[in-house]
Write a protein that binds this ligand. Sequence first.
Ligand code: AMP
Length: 247
Amino acid sequence: MHFDELGLAPELLRAVTEQGYTEPTPIQAQAIPIVLSGRDLMGGAQTGTGKTAAFTLPLLQRILPLANASPSPARHPVRVLMLAPTRELAIQVHESVRTYSKYVPLKSCCAYGGVDIKAQIAELRCGAEVLVATPGRLLDLVEQKCLNFSSVQALVLDEADRMLDMGFIPDVTRIINLLPKQRQSLLFSATFSEEIKKLADRMLASPLLIEVARRNTVSETITHLVHPVAVSAKRALLVKLLKSNDF
Ligand code: AMP
């Protein structure tokens, strides 16, 4: 299959081609048509599968008819909200959003904790159709009254299992309650515990389920090896292995 068979807009395909991608990954081939159709989705996929493009490309396309080059912030309300568990992942997802939206007049913004909030507030005040954020900082921004969610039409919860591990589900639930009920929701998780399924029940409406990796397994690019070793020799062994490149 080729990217141009997925029904994506030429401006998005141009950005994809520029990245050197010719074929969609399995999660992209499955998820893109579903997201384009407006359905909710529960995606079982790990990092490295191409899941970021699988949700970013079709969501950009869905809001593309509303793209405009107006300098007025009011013409650039938040339409897509992407939640990520960590600052690193939020930055990475935002990087992808910027890459894929290069040829469309859609603005994006990234908000995460651990840095001064003022610069993020200033950026948000200029307007952004796509907001990538960590849950805690997003709620801080809500408290500062610099966010209006009334135009949000899609929510993405990325790495939901890590959100759960990090104790973010109460924050995520608060955020979901602030969003319009009429919206598209996508949840991605590498594993599907009972708790994740419960969250999915609350968040998604008649979702389609796609899975590209076996449940509860680590990525196939990772190999596990066990070296039985005395505690006192751990560091020396690690140094030896790193130097030998043989692990
Ligand atoms: P992700 O799983 O979204 O973190 O993506 C993993 C990596 O795969 C990223 O570095 C992407 O740039 C790359 N990637 C995404 N889609 C494709 C594709 N269709 N072909 C080749 N590489 C891709």
